[in-house]
Design a protein around this ligand. Structure first.
Ligand SMILES: [Zn+2]
Length: 169
């Protein structure tokens, strides 16, 4: 088998997942290139993630699922503390930036410094900015421009993609 043919076979073997991801993210060519150029400190194969996470966490973090509104206990978490990534434990949001958006999803007006990255998402017939953990790439939710001051941003998060660490009393 010559090299070209082997590459084609490898490409078609990996094509299933690659296509699914591109479809889910729905990015243009430029965005897809940017997304693939982003590297993460914590990486696992899809199978490893499936074993590491609960089915609900896996669906949201690794396949950009969305939890049912008002389904996460973190929606009603009002203690002081830190919301962290359920995939890699990176700290993502401080409770001081959490607000009640009345959407049924935990919402914040600012992430911790360098905690999250965004990519353009054209799925669901909408143009949205997808938000993911900067350490493991796990999908967290979306960010919108209708948040409160001072940023005007609304980071709409899936509670199942996060854990809560209460501040020491
Ligand atoms: Zn993470």
């Amino acid at each position: 088998m010559d090299g070209t043919r082997r590459r084609l076979l490898i490409a078609s073997g990996a094509g299933g997942l690659g296509l699914a991801l591109i479809k889910l993210r729905g990015t243009g060519i430029a965005d897809a290139k940017a997304a693939s150029a982003e590297t993460f400190a914590v990486t696992h194969s899809d199978d490893e993630w499936r074993k590491l996470l609960s089915p609900a966490q896996y669906a949201v973090l690794r396949h950009e699922g969305t939890e049912r509104p008002y389904s996460s206990p973190l929606n009603d978490e009002h203690r002081a503390g830190i919301f962290a990534c359920a995939g890699c434990d990176q700290d993502l949001y401080s409770s001081t930036t959490k607000f009640d958006s009345h959407t049924g999803w935990p919402s914040f007006w600012k992430p911790l410094d360098k905690a999250v990255s965004t990519s353009r998402d054209y799925s669901m017939a909408m143009e949205r900015d997808e938000v993911h953990c900067s350490r493991c790439g796990g999908h967290l939710g979306h960010v919108f421009n209708d948040g409160p001051r001072p940023t005007g941003l609304r980071y709409c998060m899936n509670g199942v993609a996060m854990t809560f660490k209460p501040a020491a009393a």
